[in-house]
Write a protein that binds this ligand. Structure first.
Ligand SMILES: [Zn+2]
Length: 538
């Protein structure tokens, strides 16, 4: 039997950005789009070109390879022609493969928000879709408030959907914008849309999570015939979030109820990158991953010691609904690290480090990582620090240089004009090849001063780190109160385009930063020698 293809549409960069406290830079957007593209999403929606400088810059060129790159914007205003609408012009001028137009489909919103007649709104939908189609792009229409609109005025909501489809929209996306619709209602209303003449293979679902059912509503829509699902990474989004693609994807791929009838663009091999995708995204947002997140949470496959644990080891299927390996997660059993070992060997292999299962150095490495993670280190988000630790434990890392001491001073005082001034200065004393050097630097804040002083004079290695740049710096306080532990993550980059993350943990933010800075420099020196990413263990 031929399986129906479900198309996955990511709106992390557009609807996800509505999450309180989240604001993506162009660099963030480029990095996230690349992650989504690599993972195998069919559509990556990037934002509103023309509406703000970030999105306009982001749409200056196409940011995906495989995935279709989607621009989002309004249908043309009533009273102007499609060719004279500046919003539509910005969309048509963007480097996008597809354009998603948002249209009102609830007559109340047409009257109150748009201030035009129902007929004018239908005309705007039709003319805007035609303009997108004429530009050679794939056209889709997000019918905003569709389900609430349908309940208020079914004939008009259906007219919006059929108008978009007749005008040439590849996809008509039904949006539960307020997020309060129940699965049964979703099923019935989707069936009504199909009966009105829009085939399921042209319908999409965009669900919000206000009753905790965005995933269930998306699946209900698929069962009713919809073939495109919109959602976000880790379910971020306005209020309670959007449908969580990180939950939906493995459900569609691994559950018989779906994988016997449907296929998605992500194969079982790609699926093993799911946990890493979810966690890397959280790191980028500088927030702790949800421990209880379905499939990818640290607790998703954890079992406490006791009879469950020993039964689990004998036959994992007795206690797991899918295997943790299938989504790249780890089985956690407190009585034994057997599960952990295989995962460690895999993690090392990914970094080009091969080690025998019975090598006692491997046990040592696992023990060190566990101890460090218990004190706040997070190696999942700090690949380079993990690689360094593995090289050091399994093989060796040259002593390029040694930091004898450092001192950081922050002075806050009034300047001659009576203005408050804060000055940060760092002094670093280090030894290279038996020679002691001392560097002093002033910076914007103590960490910047320390970084500048540390990289000011590395003796014979100085030229090698000339292209090393700090790309990002994230601080997280791990537990509140006066005994708070600080975790610092630093992203570095160099002229080759490579980027790597390092981590430091301390009860002192400067010390934590220092550790992460040191790891970054040593990693860079190893990288220059072609040793990073190569086997360090014999
Ligand atoms: Zn939305």
């Amino acid at each position: 039997m031929k399986k129906d293809r479900i198309h996955l549409f990511d709106t992390t960069l557009r609807d996800g950005q509505q999450t309180p406290g989240i604001d993506f830079s162009v660099e963030d957007k480029i990095a996230i789009a690349a992650m989504l593209d690599e993972f195998g999403l069919d559509y990556v929606e990037g934002g509103y070109p023309g509406a703000n400088p970030t999105d306009t810059a982001f749409f200056a060129r196409k940011r995906t390879g495989r995935a279709k790159f989607v621009a989002f914007g309004m249908t043309k205003r009533a009273g102007v022609s499609a060719s004279n609408d500046p919003g539509l012009a910005a969309l048509l001028g963007s480097s996008s493969d597809a354009i998603c137009l948002v249209a009102k489909s609830w007559d109340y919103h047409v009257r109150v928000a748009l201030g035009c007649t129902n007929e004018e709104n239908l005309e705007s939908i039709a003319e805007s879709v035609k303009a997108v189609v004429a530009s050679g792009r794939e056209s889709m229409v997000d019918c905003e408030h569709f389900f609430d609109g349908y309940k208020a005025n079914p004939a008009y909501a259906l007219a919006c959907a059929t108008t978009a489809f007749s005008a040439g929209a590849r996809w008509v996306v039904l949006c539960d914008t307020n997020g309060g619709t129940q699965p049964q209602e979703i099923r019935e209303i989707v069936q009504a849309v199909i009966a009105a003449g829009v085939p399921g293979e042209n319908l999409g679902i965009h669900a919000h999570n206000d009753t905790g059912q965005a995933v269930a509503n998306s699946l209900a829509a698929v069962e009713a015939g919809v073939r495109q699902i919109q959602g976000t990474l880790n379910g971020i989004g306005e209020r309670c979030g959007n449908a969580n693609l990180v939950t939906l994807i493995p459900t569609l791929a691994l559950k018989e109820a779906y994988n016997e009838r449907f296929e998605i663009g992500i194969d079982t091999d790609d699926l093993t990158g799911l946990t890493k995708l979810a966690h890397t995204f959280d790191e980028l947002l500088n927030r702790s991953p949800d421990q209880q997140a379905p499939y990818v949470g640290a607790s998703a496959f954890a079992t406490k010691a006791g009879i469950h644990a020993s039964a689990l080891l004998k036959d994992p299927r007795t206690y797991e609904h899918v295997t943790p390996e299938s989504v790249g997660n780890l089985r956690k059993v407190m009585v034994s690290d057997q599960g952990g070992k295989a995962n460690f060997i895999n993690a090392l292999k990914l970094r080009g480090i091969s080690v025998r299962k019975d090598d006692p150095k491997l046990d040592r490495l696992i023990q060190i990582v566990k101890e460090r993670e218990a004190t706040g280190y997070a190696y999942e988000g700090a690949d380079a620090s993990f690689a360094l630790l593995a090289y050091r434990t399994l093989g060796s890392v040259p002593d390029f240089f040694h930091v004898e001491s450092f001192r950081v001073m922050v002075e806050r005082r009034y300047d001659a004009n009576g203005q408050i001034k804060t000055v940060s200065e760092a002094v670093v004393k280090l030894i290279v090849d038996g020679e002691t050097m001392m560097s002093v630097a002033e910076g914007h804040g103590p960490v910047n001063a320390l970084d500048l002083a540390l990289r000011k004079d590395l003796g014979k290695y100085q030229a090698e780190i000339a292209d090393l740049e700090l790309a990002d710096y994230k601080v997280r306080i791990l537990n509140g109160g006066t005994e708070a532990i600080t975790r610092v993550l630093i992203e570095s980059a160099d002229a080759s385009g490579a980027r790597w993350w390092t981590v430091g943990v301390s009860d002192n933010i400067i010390d934590a930063s220092f550790q992460a800075l040191m790891d970054s420099i040593v990693y860079k020196l190893l990288k220059n020698r072609g040793e990073a990413g190569r086997a360090a263990a014999e």
